[in-house]
Design a protein around this ligand. Sequence first.
Ligand code: HGY
Ligand code: MN
Ligand code: MN
Length: 414
Amino acid sequence: MNPLVVDTNRLQRELDDLALITESEPPVVTRVLFSESDLRGRAFVKSLCRQAGLVLREDAVGNIFARWEGTDKNLPAVATGSHIDAIPNAGKYDGVVGVLGALEAIRALRAASFQPKRSIELIVFTSEEPTRFGIGCLGSRLLGGVLSLERAAALRDRDGKDLEFWRAEGGCTGSLDSVKLPKDCYAAFVELHIEQGPILEAENLDIGVVEKIAAPSTLRLQLTGVGGHAGATLMPGRRDALLAGAEIALAVEQAATTTGSPDTVGTTGVFRIEPGAVNSVPCRAWLEIDLRDTLVKSRDAALVQIEAAVKEICTRRKIEFTMERLNVDPPAICDAKVVATAEGVAKKLGYSVKRMVSRAYHDSLFMAQVCPTTMIFIPCYQGYSHRPDEFSSPEQIEKGVRVLAETFAELANR
Ligand code: HGY
Ligand code: MN
Ligand code: MN
């Protein structure tokens, strides 16, 4: 193989161009599942993959596969990828570095006349973010057979629209039972991603290699009280849905800070009320609660504590409620051999490298149920993510792309 040349200018231009495809005012990035901007972003990435000479296909939920055929087509391929959907008010690197960076790694290998024995496949996963249905990693859950078809059919967005509606909007064809990947389809999966945490930057490290991905869970609540005129409805006897929700949000914080585990995190990230008029007592509230830990035991203990608090608060305040566990996932343990390969490549390239846990979840959480998996992290400014000032430098991204490319080269010829 000739020396690997990573075209950082082209990659940066593509990152910048994709960031302009957004539902928000640039530099803010928002691209929600199968929205107009998500569809334009997908078309942009597909065109780049075609220009790179990759063979494209899409599955019934819109996962995009861009394949570089190896010399031995019968061998399980090496896969990589991430997501380009983005939550409201997001930055331009989360997920995108793992898609465009992986494409650049493939282009660099092809330009260096590398010829993989195993095919190399880039996946753009559908809806890694939970914005549309409250549950993240929709595409990789279905690929891994982790989400049942019944659960998928029951998903609703906040307007009550279902997955079939959004599949039609996304131009998806075929039935969902064709999405699940056969067990031996990939030899390995490696995802490049910004750390979304402060450790690599704080310790002045170039690369992180992920050994474990934290266990996420999501609760969705609907609270129904009694509305009324803010002036005429006296305080005794009020059944204010917002105040019940406020107590619940504080109970989430209480549960997350008393498990004894420093990795328990609880967030009431969605809190909507109706009617939302200053002179009207809130009659309804919707909450979505994100609870995680690297240890399942402490995560589950906090979850049970929150559910008990919801019951106590709503009973005391005479608030009717529905409570649904949208997902309660186990953590992922990354494959020791693939971790060692990525770590060895980083060291061979002369980069400082650390094995670590990912507190954010990723499609790798579910790809780990399909094949041996790990992630390559690069530092991001102050660990910021899910905010417009998310940032990784071209130099930091280049190092991640190099490690990914050389890891591909090793895994694809094993
Ligand atoms: O929320 C997460 O951990 C991921 O960034 N979707
Ligand atoms: Mn994210
Ligand atoms: Mn991500």
